[in-house]
Design a protein around this ligand. Structure first.
Ligand code: XMP
Length: 319
């Protein structure tokens, strides 16, 4: 059986060995559970020889950057840099519709931003990230590239000429184990209990081409869905929940006017580790209230549907 105290001790030991006496580590921080746990482990192992970098890639959820800044500046005593790279990401994604190409562009740009930060710090040769075992399994197939399910941005999406050495202390763990570890390291229940959010962010939840207006729609719809789940005590009953913007228009009627607008799909799943998942059994009346709020508040959306596919055969994300 898995022993947490042993894990922490040996992870700290391995980090110190890899980094040496002088090395400094850049840690890519998203504000989610995995990268926060990595930051806490590195802080234990290296103290001040750690700089966390939060990248605003323009693909974040509603007020996410503010939330992460407040959380880290208030509690961790870790050096945090916030880099606004949103215009770079959005221009690298302009016109891109293929899901794998989106992930590759995003994975590469993240690394370029980390490299640029590392270049300003003495001995910063290392990049730490919160890669989990399932990210590795889905990105790398023994059967070759055609059997890859999706290239997680932090594994298959990394550029080949990366100038930093990776540190991935969670590479053998599943999400539920990372949560246990987070609690043991003293992270707040709210942080540890947060739903997973993919590194490529809202880019893989705008199907097809990514525009600022499409991001606005999916961001507002996601916020309404998540806040409603929290308000009605349903947030912790699902493993992950989110909104997806579909690249199609359908006819509707509001007041006595015809509308011709886009569709939001809501998805909620239950799961243990994200490798398989069941459709979330949310009450229809609740989904109806969320649908009404989205259509009333998000301009350009006139229809909401609920995804009832399990994984397999679906994946959790739509791209
Ligand atoms: P799928 O869609 O593969 O998702 O069933 C399984 C879990 O992984 C998340 N996910 C990602 N996380 N980079 C990440 O950091 C990625 O490229 C990525 N793709 C999917 C997804 O949100 C779910 O929790």
């Amino acid at each position: 059986t898995w022993n947490m105290a042993d894990f922490v001790e040996s992870a700290v030991e391995r980090i110190r060995e890899q980094v040496g006496e002088e090395g400094h580590v850049i840690c890519g921080l998203s504000g989610g559970v995995d990268s926060s746990v990595v930051a806490a482990l590195l802080h234990r192992a290296l103290g001040e020889r750690l700089t966390c970098v939060f990248v605003d890639n323009g693909l974040l959820r509603y007020q996410e950057r503010k939330r992460v800044q407040a959380l880290f500046e208030g509690h961790f005593g870790i050096d945090l840099r916030v880099v606004d790279a949103s215009e770079r990401f959005l221009s690298a994604l302009a016109g891109v519709t293929d899901p794998e190409l989106k992930r590759k562009r995003i994975g590469e740009l993240f690394v370029r931003v980390f490299e640029a930060e590392a270049a300003t710090i003495e001995n910063a040769r290392f990049l730490a990230q919160g890669t989990l075992y399932p990210d590795v399994i889905e990105s790398v197939s023994v059967l070759g590239p055609s059997a890859t399910i999706k290239s997680h941005h932090n594994v298959g999406g990394l550029p080949e000429d990366m100038g930093l050495e990776l540190i991935e202390p969670l590479r053998e763990l599943f999400k539920d184990e990372v949560r246990v570890l987070g609690r043991a390291l003293g992270l707040s229940a709210e942080l540890v209990g947060r739903h997973p959010f993919p590194g490529p962010g809202l880019a893989v939840r705008v199907l097809g081409e990514i525009t600022k207006d499409a991001l606005r729609k999916v961001r507002q719809a996601d916020h309404i869905f998540i806040e409603s789940l929290r308000a009605e005590g349903l947030y912790d009953q699902v493993w992950q929940a989110f909104a997806v913007l579909l690249p199609i228009k359908t006819v509707g009627v509001m007041g006595d006017q015809r509308t011709y607008d886009e569709v939001i799909a809501l998805r909620a799943v239950t799961s243990k580790d994200g490798m398989t998942a069941d459709r979330g059994h949310l009450p229809m009346a609740f989904l109806g209230r969320v649908s009404d709020r989205i259509i009333n508040q998000v301009s350009g959306v006139n229809r909401v549907v609920y995804d009832v596919t399990s994984k397999p055969p679906g994946t959790i994300e739509w791209e």
